[in-house]
Design a protein around this ligand. Structure first.
Ligand SMILES: [Zn+2]
Length: 58
């Protein structure tokens, strides 16, 4: 198994963990604990972050 493959697997796992973290957060629109302060600027920050992450995670 090459280094790139290991890196990809790790990256994938990180993405999945991030999706779970945001989805399981009790907030509605996103908070500093899940999506971070920058994503709080607009409405639906949580929803958009989740959609993007799920796309990346496959
Ligand atoms: Zn949150």
């Amino acid at each position: 198994m090459g280094f790139a493959e290991q890196l990809f697997a790790l990256h994938h796992e990180l993405l999945r963990a991030t999706v779970a973290l945001i989805r399981d957060c009790p907030c509605g629109q996103g908070c500093p604990a899940c999506v971070g302060p920058e994503a709080m600027a607009g409405d639906g920050g949580k929803k958009h972050s989740l959609a993007l992450l799920e796309l990346l995670a496959g």
